[in-house]
Design a protein. Structure first.
Length: 193
């Protein structure tokens, strides 16, 4: 057993002898090894948790991208349906106008050219929007909003064009009817004269 040093303070461990230093060194080495192993285990556990968090974030991002793709697809289908309805309405209006008033053909052709030009510009805008869908999810949200605005604007423009065409058709038909009545009255005056 080790003896106390004459100048040692109370509570201070006595200086270790050579065998005791060996035991202390081995214990310290074991403690260091234990601390290293514990640190390694903690680091591995932390790395595993971080990897799980990264995987979870990737999965959440993939879900959001998939939802945005679905939204874009739905908007595209709505836009295509609106285009089909608009084209059918324009074709019906053109056919009806051509059957009643042949003089409206020039106006109808002008409208058709305007619609085709609008379709070309719209298709170019859609292609540009589709190209941007490969970027980050924030840009996907922005593109979906832009497509919704284009759809609403084109529906409003279509309604305005259809109303303008109907007003013009009614006005020209009224003019033709008035001209026919005027000609009829002139013929009747000639027969009476």
């Amino acid at each position: 057993m080790a003896t106390l040093h004459p100048n040692a303070k109370p509570g201070t461990p006595p200086p270790a002898t050579a065998p005791e230093r060996t035991i202390v060194d081995e214990r310290a080495l074991e403690a260091v090894k234990h601390a290293l192993f514990a640190t390694r285990d903690a680091l591995e556990q932390s790395r595993a948790e971080k990897e799980a968090e990264v995987q979870q974030a990737i999965s959440a991002s993939a879900d959001e991208v998939a939802q945005l793709h679905a939204t874009v697809g739905e908007l595209r289908r709505v836009l295509e349906r609106a285009e089909g309805e608009r084209e059918k309405a324009v074709a019906d209006a053109v056919q009806h106008a051509a059957a009643e008033i042949k003089d409206l053909r020039a106006t109808v052709d002008t409208l058709r050219e305007g619609i085709e030009r609008a379709q070309t510009e719209r298709d170019a805008a859609i292609q540009q929007a589709l190209a941007s869908f490969n970027e980050e999810s924030a840009q996907l949200k922005h593109a979906a909003t832009a497509l919704r605005e284009v759809m609403e604007r084109e529906q409003a423009e279509h309604a305005e064009r259809e109303q303008a065409l109907e007003r013009q058709h009614q006005s020209e038909r009224a003019q033709l009817q008035a001209a026919v009545q005027d000609l009829r009255a002139q013929l009747e005056q000639r027969h009476e004269g």
